[in-house]
Design a protein around this ligand. Structure first.
Ligand SMILES: Nc1ncnc2c1ncn2[C@@H]1O[C@H](COP(=O)(O)OP(=O)(O)OP(=O)(O)O)[C@@H](O)[C@H]1O
Length: 798
């Protein structure tokens, strides 16, 4: 019956957020014909978007729906009676955060109200829990064990029925969100250039509010009370940003994580913008949930807090219990009219940025581009379906780590403005006293955050771009839970490798390589000559790196690089700011507990591991360059990398040096082979001669006289300085061998390529004190010995 009512064809339908009671869905999703009414849809297309007028059953209801171009054609329009805000308010009431139990719904059609035979309610990345119950929505819930086992319900395509259901549930959520608007500065211009009164009123409000604050700070400065009044002014700024609404709250949130821009008093005050913001009326929130999901509240939740548990910039969050399964969920509801509010602000701020670009010569970055990037992100955050997808993707990439938790998404209760997630019990990372009282270790949690961030930024490149302390929870079992996936970002692959290389070059004070990295990092144009940068980098870092690199804090490095690069026409792509921000936030959190915490020291094992094991040619070449400087092998660099790399939880020593070893026998490895051959001579010399020297020294004094009148050097002919060098090299090689040998998963046979190289016929030109062929054979034999099945302890060649 429903099919007969359809208009045009498309796989997508349309939902109108501002009408709340209107929704279109695809044919397959329509089941309850009683609420599908005759409808027609007229559309006109303008600038890739369509504006439709929807008319339903005699009663003319004109609703302007903004549709995305791709959803121009509509298949059916479901019209529901507008849920009365008052009735929702009456049922759930305002309140003080208490949980109200919602009585059993006697509306038997509740479950299929949106026309879909709902078979899956949630998509949980980890699916570790779940109950088996038969929902009233026709929902068949399975036991977690069944889900985990992915029991024999694979469809023909190989996808499990469950996965298929998830996809369908997500698609239905997407249908409820086809009305989302994307950031489009041109459209904003068109919209607001026709509404001068609105623009002027808002401009006056912003200028007077922020002007009053600026005046107060100016007076403080003139009267020498800047320091004394700092806390008061910080509070004032927080209140003024809150008063100005979501866009300014977002800006304040950004500032709250920038210790380079704000003094500590401001950082602390602005941090409150993270989730202690004014709430909007619960009645409106409940009405929004019903309208967006097309079902009465009581048909979905058996209980829901009567006021929000948290209110953030774009939405507020309720804690609820799903009626169908009894699972506890977090329901995030978007603030009303938020798009209108941010749109006008971005229009105004863009105008301001245009002026800055034009007249402020001191500002070298394109601030309009930065604002556009920021605005685009804020707009993305307004689509909760996208946020749900982000959470799922995040879970897939990083949720397998035993110490990371990501909330599952309940797609049947998701739309553009409503997001229902698994409830995460935990304490915010900013509440350090409470965390410690629970017996949890802040530094360990921060370390989990850093390790997970490094993998986000540098492995998959998909990262949480808003990791403020309000979005990070410590769970009772010591895991780190990530919340709020509205703002995600990506690091391009080339940049990921370049960053790893750059950090390693920095740690190894390889300033030439560091300067060249700025091309790969996209900071400098290939035409810019980097040679003058080298001495400047050396100047700055030789001083600050005086102690050890791991003692450097992140801010010093960033400031140092900034000071050097400032003089050159450099440009920092937006994602670097986000990367720096996420690591700075984590470093800041750790500093509260341990003032000596250094993010670089905590991250370096990851960098070392990547460099030692990654097969990417850029990283492999960076490793070779690092190890073979001016034709000699730098054993101390290798030792340092091994010492650091094995601290990484994912370190597997059988992968170590694999990229280099692979190259060694390959067609492009000639240069490397000759370096290895040369080094093999040096090492075999050091091992053999060093062993002889040591053996001689272990001979009792009186007996030494028998060996060439007590002077071993007369046998081996060696200077004292060379002897010291040789013994040091021998010690180092044995230490490195020990590091490898004692590492988890090390298989000595992986070094076979070195033996192969030494056996090759072209490896003839072996110089050194011991004749070439002998040296080569000895080196090969010594290695062969080493490569025998592993003894329980590291071998000593002496
Ligand atoms: N799954 C969850 N379990 C428990 N609490 C949650 C959950 N999701 C959100 N919260 C609470 O709600 C707060 C706000 O949520 P969230 O950060 O997702 O909202 P937002 O409007 O996107 O915030 P922001 O201003 O950071 O962009 C969180 O800081 C947390 O206290």
């Amino acid at each position: 019956m429903a099919n007969a009512l359809l208009t045009t064809s498309s796989s997508l339908g349309v939902a109108c957020s501002n009408t709340m009671h209107l929704q279109t869905v695809p044919v397959s999703a329509i089941a309850g014909g009683d609420f599908v009414r005759r409808s027609s849809f007229n559309s006109s297309f303008a600038r890739g978007r369509s504006y439709g007028v929807l008319i339903s059953r005699g009663r003319l209801r004109q609703e302007k729906c903004e549709l995305r171009a791709r959803t121009r054609s509509v298949r059916a329009v479901l019209v529901r009676d507008p849920p009365a805000v008052e009735s929702a308010a009456g049922r759930f009431g305002g309140g003080n955060g208490s949980v109200r139990t919602v009585g059993r719904d006697d509306d038997s059609s509740a479950g299929s109200r949106n026309g879909a035979a709902v078979s899956t309610e949630r998509t949980r990345g980890n699916r570790s829990s779940g109950s088996s119950s038969s929902g009233r929505d026709g929902v068949e819930f399975r036991k977690a064990s069944e889900i985990m086992a992915g029991r024999g319900d694979k469809g023909k395509s190989g996808t499990s029925v469950r996965e298929q259901e998830d996809v369908e549930a997500e698609a239905r959520a997407a249908l409820r969100a086809t009305n989302v608007v994307e950031y489009d500065p041109v459209r904003l211009y068109e919209r607001y250039s026709k509404q001068p009164a609105k623009v002027v009123a808002r401009t006056v409000k912003i200028l007077t509010t922020l002007g009053a604050f600026a005046t107060d700070v100016l007076i403080d400065q003139r009267t020498g009370k800047l320091e004394v009044n700092m806390r008061k002014r910080a509070k004032e700024l927080r209140e003024k940003l809150t008063y100005l609404g979501p866009t300014f709250v977002k800006i304040g949130q950004g500032l709250s994580t920038r210790p380079d821009l704000c003094p500590p008093a401001y950082l602390e005050e602005l941090a409150e913008l993270q989730d202690a913001l004014p709430t909007f009326p619960d009645a409106e929130a409940f009405a929004c949930i019903e309208a967006e999901l097309g079902r009465p509240l009581e048909s979905m939740f058996s209980s829901i807090t009567s006021s929000p548990v948290a209110a953030a910039s774009l939405g507020q969050v309720y804690k609820a219990t799903l009626k169908s399964t009894g699972e506890v969920v977090a329901v995030k509801v978007q603030r009303p009219y938020i798009e209108e509010s941010v749109a006008l602000d971005f229009f105004l701020l863009r105008g301001l940025c245009g002026l800055v670009n034009k007249y402020a010569d001191l500002v070298t970055s394109d601030v309009t581009a930065l604002l556009d990037e920021f605005a685009r992100r804020v707009y993305q955050e307004l689509n909760y379906v996208q946020e749900g997808r982000n959470a799922i993707r995040f879970q897939k990439l990083y949720g397998d780590r035993p110490d990371v938790k990501v909330p599952g998404i309940y797609w049947e209760y998701v739309s553009a403005k409503v997001l229902t997630m698994e409830w995460i019990e935990g304490i915010k990372l900013s509440e350090q006293a409470r965390i410690t009282a629970q017996g949890l270790d802040i530094i360990k949690l921060v370390d989990i955050g850093i390790q997970c961030s490094l993998r986000q930024l540098l492995e998959h490149g998909y990262f949480h771009a808003d990791p403020h302390p309000g979005n990070l929870l410590a769970t009772p079992d010591g895991k780190l839970a990530f919340l709020d996936f509205g703002m995600m970002s990506e690091t391009p692959q080339t940049a990921r490798f370049a960053i790893i290389g750059h950090v390693v070059h920095l740690v190894n004070r390889d300033y030439d390589a560091m300067a060249r990295d700025y091309y790969a990092l996209d900071f400098l144009d290939a035409k810019v000559d980097v040679s003058p940068i080298v001495p400047e980098l050396k100047n700055f870092f030789d001083d600050v790196l005086e102690a050890t690199v791991s003692e450097l804090n992140f801010k010093t490095i960033v400031d140092g690089l900034g000071a050097v690069l400032y003089k050159y026409p450099f440009n920092v792509p937006a994602y670097y700011a986000l990367i720096l921000r996420s690591l700075t936030v984590l470093e800041g959190l750790a500093l509260y507990t341990d003032p000596n915490f250094k993010v670089l020291a905590a991250s370096y094992p990851y960098f070392a591991k990547r460099l030692l094991t990654d097969k990417n040619p850029y990283l492999r070449d960076a490793l070779i360059e690092l190890l073979f400087k001016d034709g000699t092998f730098r054993w101390n660099r290798l030792e340092n990398l091994l010492v650091q790399g094995r601290k990484d939880s994912d370190y597997n020593s059988s992968d170590v040096m694999q990229p280099v070893l692979d190259l060694l026998l390959g067609p492009g490895g000639e240069e490397l082979r000759s370096l290895v051959e040369k080094e093999a001579v040096r090492v075999s010399e050091a091992l053999l001669v060093g062993t002889a020297l040591q053996s001689f020294k272990s001979v009792p004094e009186p007996l030494r006289a028998f060996i060439d009148r007590g002077n071993v050097n007369s046998v081996i002919r060696i200077k004292e300085s060379e002897e010291a060098e040789m013994l040091a090299l021998r010690e180092q090689v044995l230490r490195i061998w020990g590091l490898l040998r004692n590492s988890r998963g090390f298989d000595p046979s992986v070094l076979q390529p070195i033996v192969e190289v030494l056996r090759r016929s072209e490896a003839q030109a072996m110089g050194g004190r011991i004749a070439g062929n002998i040296s080569r054979r000895l080196a090969a034999r010594a290695l062969q010995q080493l490569l025998k099945p592993a003894p329980t302890t590291a071998p000593t060649l002496s």
